[in-house]
Design a protein around this ligand. Sequence first.
Ligand code: NAD
Length: 303
Amino acid sequence: MESLRILVTGGAGFLGSHLVRALSKEGHLIRVLDDLSTGSLENIKGCDVEFIRGDIREYSTVKDALKDIDVVVHLAALIDVPESIEKPVEYFEVNSYGTFNVARASDNINTLIFSSSCAVYGNPERLPIDENHKLNPLSPYAASKISGEAYITGYANIYGYRPVILRYFNIYGPKQTKAYAGVISEFTKRALRGEPPIIYGDGEQTRDFIHVEDAVDAILKAIKEERARGVYNIGSGNAVKIKDLAYLILKLAGRTEIRPVYIAPRPGDIRNSVADITRANKELGFEPRVKLDRGIEMLMKEK
Ligand code: NAD
């Protein structure tokens, strides 16, 4: 594949830094725009990238970062659902207005890939969730992702770039941002310390976990597959109960004597979630490869 000039916003974060490593192996020219609010330079140490420390809320910064770029992968965002209820203005400014800036500045690019979220579906009416499922945001975070999708699509219609919206389910893997650590990261850390996993609610809620290597692969495929456009669910296609996850992690950590602790459910949390990934499979050739137990074992080795 020809070498492309790729801008990764949020490239110093969890998903972004794994992506940057994968892209540099493919020989692309990479520019990262990140304000390092949750990401860190440590995550991309040794990668051959042009790094711009900047805020996507500033249009001129975004416009400059987009100079001579073919493909934008827009990942920069605030990602904590409960925090978005406490700080809705910040979430609006970074996720909605920031994404509006990225879309508005993208008049000279070929492809814009946007990381949306399964949060846009709210509590699903049917499972597995396909891309035609109705949208029902339960938090400012989810609402901000829907508005982001709308701006990416709207400006694609004006400018003609190829829009690809990846609605990620729960991503896990090494380097997940501490303050916003996903449940797998949190349970694993605690189990390895001999502490019980803390479950919000009754633990019967389900999630669809996708390893970060597979999440990155979806982006690489979206870049290569030039006919792909529109919305794609990216998950494993498997529903896992949080309670079962807690016991699996305790087993893999060799701490079967520990029992999980149950506390009140979190506001804005979704009850059940599992992706229908048929569309990503057919149109992107996306096929998750890392099995949950293997992914958790890999994570444990890193901790
Ligand atoms: P992360 O917090 O590790 O990465 C976000 C990055 O964006 C960080 O490096 C941060 O410094 C940067 N950033 C934040 N505000 C910024 C601003 N105003 N200007 C410039 N940079 C800014 O989170 P992540 O888990 O890597 O998430 C990446 C993307 O994937 C996000 O858009 C998120 O909504 C989406 N997503 C993640 C998950 C998941 O499970 N991690 C699930 C669904 C969707």
